[in-house]
Design a protein around this ligand. Structure first.
Ligand code: TYD
Ligand code: MG
Length: 450
């Protein structure tokens, strides 16, 4: 096969050069030129996968529900929005060893029994996969296996087999002959993903791509991968604990931020359908610097303990560290605490942590984090059986969050007795078993836990 001509394209401005250079000559950005296949003059490479488009009224377009194929794993289906959509491409990212291959093998073993499923593995040999299937005790006898990393060969098998579902494990190991760069490089990942996506759209195969995550937590390879695919799922969780969370950060066919919760057992990943109490650490007696919050993950409320440690700083620049919570918001909260509640922490190191390796990015964590900080600073535990949620604004106001009632009801169900929440979230009728304290301002909230 003749080598296709390659060219270097800038990821910022799209400018092209024949040779690689450190700086793009068009937009002067550094290190943005990546190798791509030179476009043929016919332009067929970028032909749309849809049929030739004609102008039409939106009302004339038949809006039918995409047919979904449930994977048979309830928690995965929940994240996907009900199942795999025909022709959809789903990217699954996560740290190495977190359970991506395990989950997909479990799903494909179930799917393989009712439809044509292919597992393409570039990371493990067929024997290793067979061994894992045996450990998982799944019946994968009907599953088709392909140990191959060359894109052209993978595509020819897929084209011949026309599977209903295919897994590529992983996109970083696949390489195309047409490019000279090494497998896993930005150019290879992008080109392979683009070709596979085109195949999925034209054939109707549901495609699951596994992607590795770099140390910084971003998907290795270009961000453009996230734009190309229909859904992006991330594995979260502490590899030291047995809980794994699968979060949808993008989903064209379902709700985003839906969360699937699993436990890693010796028989693979097991779904947890009622995870609300999973992220509470059970203290014998109440300790200082700990506050339980109710976060809303997709359609389910989840109770998470946030911890803070405030300690005298011995360096000129006090440390601010947050695990599982937004670091910038921590700095903001400390400023609000000083300005509006008169509590200074500029000479203190502040550490905050969300228990269980869960990542919370909703602003409802503001109030609980603030209360935990105050509790640690005063070295006095918060009231027993307390939950809190609420967003804090720069003016010191406590803003409402979505679905306050649902959060309160879940907390009451788990035996919490007291809730400090934003005024606008206060329920009109009392919720049985829980006393609700609604506050408008930060200083009020701080005064309530004295
Ligand atoms: P794996 O799915 O190979 O991770 P990834 O594909 O994301 O890199 O997960 C492997 C880890 O899971 C490994 O550390 C062992 C553990 N594991 C179990 O605890 N139980 C099991 O049944 C299996 C198959 C793996
Ligand atoms: Mg793997």
């Amino acid at each position: 096969m003749a080598k296709a001509k390659t060219i270097h394209t800038c990821t910022e401005c799209g400018g092209q050069t024949l040779k690689w250079q450190g700086q793009c000559p068009h937009c002067t950005a550094w290190n943005t030129l990546v190798e791509t296949i030179a476009e043929k003059s016919s332009g067929s490479r970028y032909q749309s996968v849809a049929e030739a488009s004609k102008l039409q009224k939106l009302a004339d377009v038949e809006a039918r529900e995409e047919p979904r194929r449930p994977t048979g794993i309830d928690e995965l289906d929940r994240v996907l929005g009900g199942g795999l959509v025909t022709g959809a491409v789903v990217l699954i990212g996560g740290d190495p060893g977190i359970g991506k291959s395990t989950l997909l093998l479990q799903a494909l073993a179930i799917l393989g029994a009712s439809c044509n499923a292919i597992y393409v593995s570039g990371e493990e040999s067929a024997q290793q996969i067979a061994l894992r299937a045996r450990r998982l005790a799944v019946d994968a006898s009907a599953l088709n296996l392909l140990a191959e990393i060359q894109l052209e060969k993978v595509l020819s098998v897929l084209t011949a087999q026309k599977p209903d579902v295919a897994v590529i494990d992983s996109i970083q190991t696949v390489y195309s002959e047409a490019l000279q760069s090494a497998p896993g490089s930005v150019a290879q990942v992008r080109e392979c993903a683009a070709q596979l996506t085109r195949f999925a759209k034209s054939s109707g195969t549901s495609l699951l791509l596994v992607g590795h995550v770099t140390k910084e937590g971003a998907l290795a390879g270009p961000r453009v991968l996230e734009h190309m695919v229909d859904a992006v799922l991330y594995f979260e969780g502490d590899t030291h604990s047995s809980f794994r969370l699968v979060r949808a950060v993008k989903n064209r066919f379902g709700a985003v931020n839906e969360l699937g919760v699993f436990a890693m057992t010796e028989r693979g990943l097991r779904g947890i359908s009622n995870p609300s109490a999973l992220f509470l650490s059970h203290h014998e007696t109440q300790v200082a610097g700990s506050c339980v919050m109710v976060t809303q993950e997709g359609s389910r409320p989840l109770l998470v303990e946030v911890q803070a440690l405030v300690d005298e700083a011995h360096a000129p620049n006090p440390r601010r560290l947050s695990v599982g919570l937004e670091p910038n918001r921590l700095a903001m909260l400390l400023a609000v605490l000083h300005r509006h509640a008169g509590i200074a922490a500029f000479d203190q190191d502040v550490f905050v942590n969300a228990v269980g390796g869960v990542k919370i990015d909703e602003p409802a964590a503001d109030l609980p984090v603030l209360l935990a900080i105050v509790s640690s600073l005063r070295n006095r535990p918060l009231p027993e059986k307390l939950v809190a949620f609420g967003e804090i604004g720069l003016a010191g106001e406590v803003r409402p969050v979505q679905r306050g009632q649902e959060r309160l009801r879940e907390a009451a169900k788990l035996g919490f007795k007291l809730a400090i929440i934003p005024k606008a979230n206060a329920p009109r009728t009392a919720i049985e078993g829980i006393e609700v304290v609604s506050v408008e301002r930060v200083e009020e909230a701080v005064a309530r836990v004295r």
